[in-house]
Design a protein around this ligand. Structure first.
Ligand SMILES: [Zn+2]
Length: 344
């Protein structure tokens, strides 16, 4: 079968790899129908050291089940399913707490002999706990929005949940990438009233406004902090959603947050040390967030997607076929494409 491999920075190839096949009785084989490229795939795209063997890529996909193992119940061949970006048993103590990202029997696609999502098929371990059956056909027009439930929209939703967003909330969202825009939409869905979006790419912040942003702040750094405080009030914002993952973005978050407020951050942090010290710790700020347990949210979010209440799939601004995945990486890294859909 064909699948995507990364051999180093700016070196992504689609190659023939061994066909996905069943290994454990808890596995399912999924024929991938839609996949996508994550903002987190761009960090290795810009920095990965050269490798002779290459890494299998992709962790966001929807597909049709080809085969299920003898230990899997509730799923069968032909089911259209969405896969959260990590697999998990949905039954251990962490999963029961809704923290599937810490599952005792979970893991990541593309590692340890498990296929990546940017390919023709994937062996999904712990299939019964991981895969969620979709109430639509494989070519439904809803596919782009349903595909966001694998990672990007659930990540924005998680960011908003951890910040405690509810009806009437005032929120500042930092970042106009696909996660930041998803966080805007999630905050709006949860009832936020004032949503300030910090971002400087006009085409992206425009989508942010469609998603519910009430104001856009293009300035960055200290200037951006001042601008947000002008809009929201000198005290700052009770809830800040940091959706970039860089140290300057975290500094901005601490700059705009109100004393006693919450900074919720998602995405893969690109720093080992942050501005944690006298200025932040004495202000009674809560710092929270982390990898999003997408599996915990998918079933709850599907109805709003199916009913058209939210359309998170608008973050996809270009579709590519599998052969052109290397072009899709380049386009996203060059910021010509916000989020690339892979259509198989
Ligand atoms: Zn678990």
């Amino acid at each position: 079968m064909q699948a995507t491999l990364m051999y180093g920075a700016h070196d992504v190839r689609v190659e023939t790899v061994p066909d996905a096949q069943m290994v454990e009785s808890a596995d399912a084989l999924v024929r991938v129908t839609r996949a996508c490229i994550c903002g987190s795939d761009l960090w290795p795209y810009n920095s990965m050291p050269k490798s002779d063997v290459g890494n299998r890529m992709g962790h966001e996909f929807i597909g049709v089940i080809d085969e299920v193992g003898s230990a899997v119940s509730g799923l069968k061949s032909g089911d259209v399913v969405v896969a959260p970006f990590l697999w998990s048993d949905n039954s251990c103590d962490f999963c029961r707490e809704g923290l599937h990202t810490s599952c005792r029997h979970g893991g990541r696609y593309g590692f340890d002999g498990v296929d990546g999502g940017q390919g023709e098929a994937v062996r999904v371990p712990e299939a019964q706990g991981t895969l969620v059956k979709l109430p639509v056909g494989e070519d439904s027009a809803l596919m782009p929005s349903l595909l966001t439930l694998t990672d990007v929209f659930c990540t924005g939703h998680h960011c908003a949940i951890k910040a405690g967003i509810g009806p009437g909330a005032t929120v500042t969202v930092i970042g106009d990438g696909a996660v930041g825009l998803s966080a805007v939409l999630a905050a709006k869905r949860l009832g936020a009233e004032q949503i300030v979006l910090m971002g400087r790419h006009a085409d992206r912040t425009e989508l942010g406004q469609q998603f519910g942003a009430t104001e856009v702040v293009a300035e960055r750094g200290e200037e951006g902090v001042q601008r947000v405080r002008e809009l929201i009030g000198d005290d700052g914002t009770r809830a800040v959603l940091e959706c970039v993952g860089t140290k300057p973005a975290l500094e901005t978050a601490f700059g705009v947050v109100r004393d006693g407020g919450v900074v919720s951050r998602v995405g893969v942090p690109q720093y080992e040390e942050g501005p944690i010290g006298l200025d932040t710790l004495m202000r009674n700020i809560t710092l929270t967030g982390g990898a999003a347990p997408a599996r915990a949210y998918i079933e709850e979010l599907i109805p709003d997607v199916v009913d058209g209440v939210i359309e998170p799939g608008k973050v996809f601004d270009k579709a590519f076929d599998l052969d052109h995945v290397p072009d899709a990486y380049r386009a996203m890294a060059d910021r010509k494409v916000l989020k690339a859909l892979v259509q198989l």
